[in-house]
Design a protein around this ligand. Structure first.
Ligand code: ASP
Ligand code: MG
Length: 456
């Protein structure tokens, strides 16, 4: 049995969804499909929360835009009148529930994390119903089941939950035994699970990749396929390096590193559950479904040049804390990280020296992070500042560390391109080397690195 994740990027409109339905109809029998919301829907749902807080007159507008978007898609996918009526009855209940949540928020003037998470899941609740009905309209045996009914159990952390695999595995095994069969095409909304107390909790934005990995691991799928509107993992971002190439095989570590540094192909946490279970991940292009794509396995081959990709993110900023004897004083780091955690700020990475601690944060968080540490008493540091005009570049390849000369080759190329390296992190991962450059030098850096590792 396969588990297949279909992303919102492949569900842009009725036409795109129709292509997907055709693909599922010909290749999806006996498989489980974990879905994203239709393109843009989660954003509408989330921004609807703000609007509902502002004024109740906004609520019907939000619901209308959701109805219109989905109705356009349904019109293309389903012609059968009886099915259309069934679907519209079902959806009208779903919209009513959603509407009640928005009015609740408006009435109480409060959007609790519980409520925000509940609302955010409606895109997936809707896309799963629509696609399964579209297959029924084609005469196929298809149905959907919600994560709360299937028993995808989460740890209960709102907006950033993780699955409890033991319990989830047991529930899914029992459910599949009763309901799954070789002809069945099953849809499961991605993006969320349910806690043991019954709370609906999302796995974070973009989290339906992770959902699919959880389901794949729980049912011991033969493969986790991720259907996307792109080829797969590439040796660089095609926007920067148009002649970059597809990476046919990657290890789990390589894929995880590339997911973290912005390749945007996979949600960073997707690898966790399937890696433990040894289930391969295949990235498939829905516009060219027979193309090989990228395959992620435990034993992916390593090219003689070791490096597989040059990646980067500009969603990075540095919070610098200057203090003497950092490496000889205890407690400084925990004081700082406690403040940041209390402010809800994620730390991407930490680099320290004897005189300075550098915390790598998301750009959107850095100002708030700076403010959050100013009033620690007594102040454990002399001064702090913020650097935002940087980019984090990484080269990724399993074995970077055990092969002589790769770091030298990387930094020589960067230096020959006249780029100054601001900070380096090497040795923390077996599959990646990270460094910071000025954002204005980013393009030159990427060109130089791609040339040295891939165009030689
Ligand atoms: N629909 C959710 C989001 O946009 C989850 C996902 O698509 O992966 O974040
Ligand atoms: Mg996604």
């Amino acid at each position: 049995m396969k588990v297949i994740k279909i992303g919102g990027g492949c569900l842009k409109d009725g036409q795109a969804a129709n292509t997907i339905i055709e693909l599922i109809a010909t290749r999806g029998k006996g498989d489980i499909f974990v879905l994203s919301a239709f393109y843009g829907v989660t954003d509408i749902l989330v921004s609807g929360i703000e609007k509902a807080l502002e004024s109740e007159t906004q609520i019907p507008l939000v619901l209308n835009s959701l109805r219109t978007l989905h109705n356009h898609i349904i019109k293309v996918l389903i012609q059968n009148d009886t099915l259309k009526k069934q679907l519209s009855r079902h959806l009208s209940d779903v919209y009513k529930r959603l509407e009640r949540y928005y009015y609740g928020i408006n009435f109480t003037r409060e959007a609790t994390p519980r409520m925000q998470d509940m609302i955010a899941t409606f895109g997936e609740r809707i896309s799963a119903v629509i696609l399964s009905k579209a297959l029924v309209a084609k005469g196929l045996d298809s149905s959907f089941v919600l994560p709360e009914d299937l028993g995808i159990i989460s740890d209960g952390k709102f907006m950033d939950a993780s699955a409890l695999m033991g319990k989830t595995r047991k529930n899914l095994a029992a459910w599949m035994d009763l309901h799954m069969g070789p002809e069945k095409i099953l849809f499961v909304p991605g993006f969320y699970g349910v806690s043991e107390n019954g709370d609906i909790t999302t796995f974070g934005r973009g989290g339906s990749d992770y959902s699919a990995a959880v389901v794949a691991a729980a049912v011991s799928a033969s493969v986790l396929e991720i259907w996307k509107d792109t080829q797969g993992f590439m040796t660089a971002d095609p926007d920067n390096i148009p002649h970059c190439k597809l990476i046919p095989e990657l290890t789990y570590e390589e894929a995880a590193e590339l997911a973290y540094t912005g390749a945007g192909i996979l949600h960073p946490r997707t690898v966790e559950p399937v890696k433990k279970a040894g289930i391969p991940i295949a990235i498939k292009n829905t516009y060219n479904p027979d193309a090989p794509g990228s395959l992620i396995t435990r034993n992916a081959v390593t090219p003689p040049t070791i490096v597989k990709s040059v990646s980067y993110t500009i969603d990075v900023a540095v919070l610098k804390i200057h203090a003497s004897g950092v490496g000889a004083r205890y407690g400084i780091l925990s004081q700082l990280t406690e403040r940041l955690a209390a402010a809800g700020i994620n730390i991407k990475s930490v680099v320290t020296s004897q005189t300075c601690i550098s915390l790598l944060l998301s750009r959107k968080d850095v100002e708030k992070g700076y403010q959050s540490i100013q009033d620690i008493k007594p102040s454990p540091f002399r001064k702090s500042d913020v650097i935002t005009d940087v980019a984090l570049v990484s080269i990724v390849g399993e074995g970077l560390h055990s092969n002589q000369g790769i770091a030298a080759k990387c930094f020589t190329a960067v230096s020959n391109a006249n780029v100054n390296i601001e900070m380096i992190s090497f040795g923390t991962s077996t599959a990646a080397l990270y460094f910071l450059v000025q954002e204005r030098s980013l393009d030159r850096t990427l060109q130089a690195l791609h040339a040295i590792f891939f165009d030689g």
